[in-house]
Design a protein around this ligand. Structure first.
Ligand SMILES: Nc1ncnc2c1ncn2[C@@H]1O[C@H](COP(=O)(O)OP(=O)(O)OP(=O)(O)O)[C@@H](O)[C@H]1O
Ligand SMILES: [Mg+2]
Length: 302
């Protein structure tokens, strides 16, 4: 989780206009910013690349824009740079090319949820959740109250004193989610948080996450990394499909469905059709430029 900077628990600051200008003659990536899904762009990446010291080029020419209040999934094959992209957005790593631009000119309050719950085993659920509040030096009584409320929000009221070893995998992930949400992040970054869970638990957490996001009424933007076509369609308002390494945004799909999802959505024909479209987009992205050129040539000949 990104260490807080002592700015919460106040509500997110109002949207600031016009912070994404740039684009002067010295701009190596001129042109209109890539489209944000909804609302004003919270963050825009222009021509972002990442080459590690080892020589591995993880990302190349990433152009994307994420609107305030969106729920965006990054869907792509293993090793295409999804985690690297999330780390660049979080400020945990620096791009080796291009720029990351923020609506207000500065990175907002960010919560980060990793694939593993990464809880302190010696601390209770409550103490794990209040860690970022302690780091922000909030008064202890306030830490306790906010952490307890965050645990209740994720369905863990009554488990404040439980240690991680006393919780199931799904419950540990709920604690991790509560720890990220307790700071009321404006941007929630999630890196395959439910991948290790069984299907039923994962489905429940997907529903609860969507309910929590909806309840924030657009105050929290989510970027969610997943390998799962089904999960990406179920959760997102927009899916960015990434190509194999070096990762690029190959395609994007808008998912037009109410959030939280209505009962029966998972078994609906509409959901199945959207999953098929996302799956085909992923196949195209994984096939790479050579295969796409061949497909086009074959189509032209027929
Ligand atoms: N710190 C690092 N140093 C060198 N190479 C790295 C580093 N971190 C990641 N890489 C490489 O960058 C590429 C992208 O890695 P990344 O972890 O972002 O992929 P990913 O899409 O998240 O994969 P997965 O879905 O398996 O989690 C990989 O080839 C990886 O080996
Ligand atoms: Mg990863």
């Amino acid at each position: 989780m990104t260490p807080p900077a002592g700015r919460y628990p106040e509500e997110p600051s109002p949207a600031c206009g016009g912070g994404l200008g740039g684009g002067g003659s010295a701009d190596p990536h001129p042109g209109p910013p890539p489209r944000a899904g909804e609302g004003e762009a919270l963050v825009t990446l222009r021509g972002v690349g990442k080459r590690f010291a080892s020589g591995t080029e993880a990302l190349s020419g990433i152009d994307l824009s994420i609107g305030t209040g969106e729920f965006v999934s990054l869907l792509g094959p293993s090793g295409c740079g999804k985690s690297t992209l999330l780390r660049l957005v979080a400020g945990l790593a620096e791009p080796s090319g291009g720029r990351v631009e923020w609506m207000a000119g500065a990175r907002p309050r960010i919560g980060f949820v990793f694939q593993d719950a990464t809880l302190m085993p010696w601390a209770s659920a409550l103490d794990n959740v209040r860690l970022p509040l302690r780091l922000a030096a909030l008064p202890r009584a306030e830490q306790q109250a906010l952490a307890a409320a965050a645990l209740a929000d994720v369905g863990l009221a009554g488990f404040e004193r439980a240690y991680p070893r006393e919780l199931s995998g799904g419950m540990r992930m709920r604690v991790s989610l509560a720890r990220a949400l307790v700071t009321r992040p404006e941007l929630l970054l999630m890196d395959e948080p439910f991948a290790a869970l069984d299907e039923l638990t994962r489905n429940r957490l997907n529903d609860d996450l969507l309910a929590l996001w909806s309840a924030r009424g657009g105050a929290t933007t989510v970027v969610f990394v997943t390998h799962s076509v089904f999960e990406s369609v179920y959760l997102s308002s927009r899916i960015l499909v990434m190509s194999a390494r070096p990762g690029r945004i190959a395609e994007e799909l808008a998912i037009a469905a109410p959030a939280p999802r209505p009962p029966g959505f998972r078994t609906s024909a509409g959901y199945a059709a959207m999953c098929r479209a996302a799956s085909e987009a992923l196949e195209r992205a994984m096939a790479g430029p050579a295969r796409q050129a061949l497909d086009r040539a074959m189509a032209d000949r027929s």
